[in-house]
Design a protein around this ligand. Structure first.
Ligand code: ZN
Length: 156
């Protein structure tokens, strides 16, 4: 568990600049193209594709850190609902081969229907790699990400 891929956006050295929580093996980062305010990702520090590659201690560490992240973003974004989702491997919609758990707070009527997040998430997965002008969603600059991360950290 000590490999970084040179082409992977989640393996970049400066990823820690946009992390607001971390544990020994994982970061929680703020998404570069949030589908809703608060959209965060729990990722391993090393290039690991699947939950199934983690050992038991890492499963526990991952789950505990993810719950801590969920509680924190609910507080920061004043919500009590959230989505929590992992796409495992390309047939399930994983486009970046580096495990990432999406967590995003939900509010009444934040989207026309509660399930409308999924098409947005598919676009978001693409946005991590490709900077497409046709994608109308908000993309944050690195500085905007850092500002939000610093704001979230004030709630710790
Ligand atoms: Zn990676």
């Amino acid at each position: 568990m000590n490999y970084k891929s040179p082409t992977c956006p989640f393996c970049k050295d400066d990823i820690k600049d946009i992390a607001f929580l971390e544990s020994e093996n994982f970061y929680v980062i703020y998404n570069y193209a949030p589908i809703l305010p608060g959209h965060s990702l729990v990722i391993p520090k090393n290039h690991i594709q699947s939950l199934l590659e983690l050992d038991e201690n890492q499963h526990l560490e991952f789950f505990q850190l993810s719950l801590k992240a969920a509680k924190l973003i609910l507080k920061v974004f004043n919500a009590d609902s959230f989505n929590w989702t992992v796409q495992e491997k390309p047939p399930a919609g994983q486009s970046i081969p580096h495990l990432h758990l999406h967590i995003f707070p939900r509010h009444e009527h934040d989207l026309p229907n509660p399930g409308d997040w999924y098409p947005l998430l598919k676009e978001n997965e693409k946005a991590q790699y490709i900077d497409s002008d046709s994608d109308k969603r908000v993309k944050l600059s690195r500085q905007e990400q850092i500002d939000i991360v610093n704001h979230i950290k004030t709630f710790l």
